[in-house]
Design a protein around this ligand. Structure first.
Ligand SMILES: NC(=O)c1ccc[n+]([C@@H]2O[C@H](COP(=O)([O-])OP(=O)(O)OC[C@H]3O[C@@H](n4cnc5c(N)ncnc54)[C@H](O)[C@@H]3O)[C@@H](O)[C@H]2O)c1
Ligand SMILES: [Zn+2]
Ligand SMILES: [Zn+2]
Length: 381
């Protein structure tokens, strides 16, 4: 089959590799019809996450079931399925509690929990930026899509990661109807956090970034765009909330947050958030922070630390939640919103291309080039 293979720092290539096959009776084999590049893939692409050259990328996958193992009873050949980026087992302590991002079964590293397709430190699983994908524990992991699966393919594929992740950011922050929320980052995750906040009835949504094309999309989702380059974002949020700060805040940028000279300032968004969220407000952190980052310029960041304004956070009596999104907690209900026409996450899609354009697409998306908001591949086209 054809697949997008990581070759080393800032290098990917479409190559022909062996087809995956059913290895365990609980596996399902999927012909991939839509698969995306994610901001999380960029951490791998930039050589900052220890992803091994030769591995296949891609954790935002959707397709058609073409074969099922002997122990699979629910999922059928021909089903259109969207696959959560987390690979859960369904029977460990964490999966039983809906925390599939922290599955205790599927990561072979005894010191780690959680598994994902085509990702560093998340087990040996192949990515889905390819023609075929092996899905472990198929009955548990496949979300079988409604009859409009093909027509709304670019909406449903966002259920594999970024729509649930954006939604999760607002839930970690504790958003209630009628509240205000500030979202740092207008990448795909931040934009869909804004979409989630609007659906949940936020009275005011503010999105902070510097890229005008992305801020324009935030505005289309009903948010007030805040350009952090034009003026201090904390002051802008404070002014927009009558001097109090936002009720809730979301971090959708991660450890490679930029300062004004486009230099990496890993603590920038976290400290800006603490200052732009009100006393007793809630903060949800879904942007990725890593336990080690040997490639960092900042000494603290090399060992996964940031200089965090804990004193201000404490004084303000805020609450914070963080971590990977357990996609299965949300994807079934969010699919219903898409089916009912009440959510349209595909609005962020800027490019629909074939796998052989992967190298170019990664280059543009990595540079956040204008107009490159979200790339979807159509391997079967
Ligand atoms: N928790 C999870 O389960 C999960 C899932 C998917 C993605 N993520 C992470 O979410 C983050 C965002 O992903 P994405 O796909 O939207 O990627 P992205 O990298 O395209 O988006 C990040 C955005 O943040 C903006 N930004 C940079 N510095 C900023 C600053 N100081 N203030 C405000 N905005 C700033 C950038 O301009 C960019 O538009 C990444 O760290 C990604 O790894 C986490
Ligand atoms: Zn992703
Ligand atoms: Zn599990």
């Amino acid at each position: 089959m054809k697949a997008v293979v990581y070759k080393g720092e800032k290098q990917v290539a479409m190559e022909t590799v062996d087809d995956p096959r059913i290895e365990k009776p609980t596996d399902v084999l999927v012909k991939i019809t839509t698969t995306n590049i994610c901001g999380s893939d960029l951490h791998l692409y930039e050589g900052r996450a220890g992803f091994e050259p030769g591995r296949i990328l891609g954790h935002e996958n959707q397709g058609e079931v073409i074969e099922v193992g002997n122990a699979v009873t629910r999922v059928k050949v021909g089903d259109r399925v969207c696959l959560p980026f987390n690979i859960g087992c369904g029977f460990c302590d964490n999966c039983e509690h809906g925390l599939t991002a922290f599955c205790q079964t599927n990561n072979p590293d005894p010191a780690m929990v959680g598994a994902a397709y085509g990702y560093a430190n998340m087990g040996p699983y192949w990515g889905g930026q390819a023609e075929l994908l092996r899905v472990p524990f198929g009955d548990f992991n496949c979300l079988v899509l409604p009859p409009d699966a093909d027509e709304k393919a670019n909406d449903y594929v966002m259920l594999s990661d970024i729509f649930p992740t954006g939604w999760h950011a607002t839930r970690l922050a504790g958003l209630q109807p009628g509240e205000s929320i500030v979202i740092y980052g207008a990448g795909p995750v931040g934009l869909l956090a804004a979409h989630a906040a609007a659906i949940q009835g936020a009275a005011k949504i503010m999105v902070v970034d510097e890229h005008q094309d992305r801020l324009k999309l935030a505005e289309d989702f009903g948010a007030v765009p805040i350009d952090f380059r034009a003026h201090d974002p904390v002051e802008q949020v404070t002014a927009l909330t009558g001097g109090r700060g936002a009720d809730r805040g979301c971090e959708c940028v991660g450890y490679q947050a930029c300062g004004l000279k486009r230099e990496e300032v890993p603590n920038k968004t976290m400290n800006d958030l603490v200052k732009s969220v009100k006393f007793t407000g809630g903060i949800g952190v879904v942007g990725v922070f890593v336990p080690q980052d040997p490639g960092a310029h900042d000494e603290l960041a090399k060992s996964g630390q940031i200089a965090f304004d804990l004193g201000t956070f404490f004084t303000r009596g805020q609450k914070m939640g963080s971590g990977q999104c357990s996609v299965k907690r949300y994807n079934r209900r969010l699919a219903e919103l898409i089916h009912a026409g009440k959510a349209q996450p595909s609005r962020i899609v800027s490019h629909e291309i074939s796998l052989d354009q992967a190298a170019e697409a990664y280059r543009h998306f990595d540079k956040r080039d204008e107009g490159w908001t979200k790339v979807v591949f159509k391997p079967a086209a």
